[in-house]
Ligand binder design. Structure first.
Ligand SMILES: [Mn+2]
Length: 179
């Protein structure tokens, strides 16, 4: 009874419980869990990714950063590989926001291939979300700055998944962000 499907359901349920009270920043305040599920789906449906540990890590990728979940808890529930991928995509919240953003640019090229996949799909999801609707309180300039920063991060993820990278490039092109 430990098929990939069963494992993935367990993972989605875990993430849904952890994000239970959170909402996205869009004006509709979409339930937060839509985001990690959507990131995993981008990997499977658009990136052709079938690596179960990558898909699980995608579902869990914001649990340590944004909820009370610890890496030890993830390791106990889902094993060391999934926990390590989530660790790689988790910002150090003790640092100021600008420093965290700078570190994402710096660390992206040093990540494992599995973590790079999650990062690509996370950025693709967030940029599409920004195009769909501007978060409450964000100016057009702030949205554009996010695109410029995301471009810097994605630059460090090159050579990971051509399909996802091409879709990101297209979004950057439409936005006039330099390659
Ligand atoms: Mn995310």
């Amino acid at each position: 009874m430990n098929s990939d499907a069963v494992l993935l359901l367990e993972t989605v349920n875990f993430a849904a419980e952890k994000h239970r009270n959170q909402r996205r920043k869009d004006p509709e305040a979409t339930p937060y869990i839509n985001h990690p599920i959507g990131v995993a789906r981008i990997l499977s449906h658009e990136g052709g990714v079938t690596d179960i540990e990558v898909l699980q890590a995608a579902v869990l990728h914001d649990t340590v950063e944004d909820t009370d979940t610890s890496l030890a808890e993830l390791e106990a529930a889902f094993g060391p590989i999934v926990a390590r991928i989530v660790e790689e995509v988790t910002d150090d919240k003790r640092l100021p926001k600008q420093e965290r953003k700078r570190q994402q640019v710096e660390h992206a090229p040093l990540c494992s291939g599995q973590a790079k996949l999650v990062k690509l799909a996370d950025k693709l999801y967030n940029l599409r979300d920004l195009i769909r609707s501007t978060p409450a309180g964000w100016t057009a300039e702030r949205v554009q700055e996010y695109f410029v920063w995301a471009r810097e991060v994605v630059r460090g993820l090159k050579g990971t998944n051509p399909a996802l990278e091409e879709k990101l490039e297209e979004l950057f092109r439409q936005r006039g962000v330099q390659l």
